[in-house]
Write a new protein. Structure first.
Length: 311
């Protein structure tokens, strides 16, 4: 890891524009990928994906393996800043539901919000908030989750000053309902956008995933609406905006708007082809759907899932 840090530090100090060159383009490519991993928070899984998508055929297998072994995977970087230049955003991972939770803090006021927290990790999240000297103000949910129970209710019970937020069209209970934003489907998945001094973040929930998207075959989902909303809303954000999905199943964790516009195999299709693809997926229901949806419809206001979930 120290070698990668030193390499990235050297690249950062060099004047721009910058060209990195070697005789085979192998070492130059590794240097570029190491810099991208550090600057954009890319995990081993995402670097592997990017090499394939960009068709960087000069990267030797042993060189790529060397770099991947020195990058933190999802879960290994829990609580660390997602990208180096924006310490306001930190990412956490739940390996059971592959849920990504985000902690966002204001450097000036020390107030914080949690996006899509998981009940089983309440103590982990609150411990991180305390250790960072932050005051949690809001718990935001991008939608009514079907694969895990939000910790909003348990956090609200433990910290009465905290308020829960979800989209009004979700039908779920919360202290605050939002209406204006990036509405993605009739399931009321909302994308929260954060603009800092150094980066733009789009917390896309289950709408836009890395090289994929959320399913549309239950909770009144609609493939045409999802396709239109992604293209007319999320894909109109700056190309370098960071896509922070609600789930990832392949150790990737973060992408950019430009990379999803170029390489997302589902959302580069026409609306008709996309709808046909989604219709033919035939996916099983999430394992926790019968427990998670009723609990999350209460969104922590009148229901404490830690006490009332059926055995």
């Amino acid at each position: 890891t120290s070698v990668v840090e030193e390499l990235v530090s050297c690249i950062a100090r060099l004047p721009r524009p910058l060209m990195i060159q070697c005789t085979s383009a192998n070492r130059a490519a590794i240097a570029m990928l190491a810099w991208m991993a550090k600057m954009r928070g890319y995990t081993p899984g995402y670097i592997d994906l990017l090499v394939a998508d960009l068709q960087i055929d000069t990267v030797r297998a042993e060189a790529k393996a060397w770099l991947l072994s020195r990058l933190p995977s999802l879960g290994q970087r829990d609580g660390s800043p997602l990208i180096q230049q924006s310490p306001e955003v930190r990412q956490f991972f739940d390996s059971v539901s592959s849920t990504l939770t985000y902690l966002i803090a204001c450097p000036a006021t020390k107030q914080a919000v949690l996006i899509d927290p998981v009940l089983e990790h309440k103590d982990r999240d609150l411990k991180a908030i305390t250790e960072l000297g932050l005051q949690l103000k809001y718990v935001l949910n991008t939608h009514c989750h079907a694969d895990h129970v939000t910790s909003g209710g348990a956090i609200r019970k433990e910290c009465p000053h905290v308020q829960t937020i979800i989209s009004k069209s979700s039908g779920a209970q919360a202290d605050i309902h939002v209406q204006h934003g990036l509405q993605a489907t009739p399931m009321a998945v909302v994308t929260y956008v954060l603009v800092t001094q150094t980066a733009t973040f789009a917390f896309t929930g289950d709408t836009l995933l890395i090289r994929g998207c959320g399913r549309t075959d239950f909770q009144q989902g609609n493939s045409f609406t999802l396709h239109d909303s992604v293209h007319s809303q999320i894909f109109t954000l700056p190309d370098d905006a960071l896509v922070c999905p609600g789930h990832d199943y392949k150790d990737r964790g973060i992408s950019t708007v430009l990379e999803e516009k170029m390489f997302n195999p589902r959302l580069t299709k026409s609306p008709e082809d996309f709808a046909k693809l989604m219709e033919d997926l035939n996916l099983p229901n999430p394992k926790q759907i019968d427990i998670a949806v009723p609990a999350n419809m209460a969104c922590g206001v009148q229901f404490d899932p830690s006490e009332n979930l059926p055995i």
